[in-house]
Design a binder for this molecule. Structure first.
Ligand SMILES: Cc1cc2nc3c(=O)[nH]c(=O)nc-3n(C[C@H](O)[C@H](O)[C@H](O)COP(=O)(O)O)c2cc1C
Length: 59
């Protein structure tokens, strides 16, 4: 049975590790993508009003 590594990565950090893991265990990789791509402003986590922080609060 072949394994699969699924991941979400907004800026590529988790993606690097997911791909390294998948290669190490000969698994397929499957990215989880947002319906609406994140902009740099969306990911400005130090801004309480940024999309990433609003979504974290469920707004
Ligand atoms: C909602 C949110 C909160 C974050 N909080 C922190 C934090 O407290 N400290 C930090 O160093 N980075 C923080 N970051 C930055 C992420 O850890 C960093 O961009 C990381 O590379 C994201 O991984 P990814 O590229 O796989 O999505 C935050 C990012 C988001 C979107």
């Amino acid at each position: 049975m072949k394994a699969i590594v699924t991941y979400f990565s907004a800026e590529g950090t988790t993606e690097r590790y997911a791909k390294a893991l998948a290669e190490a265990i000969s698994a397929d990789v499957f990215p989880i993508l947002p319906e609406q791509p994140y902009t740099a402003a969306d990911l400005k986590w130090t801004n309480p009003m940024a999309r990433c922080n609003r979504e974290k609060l469920g707004n």
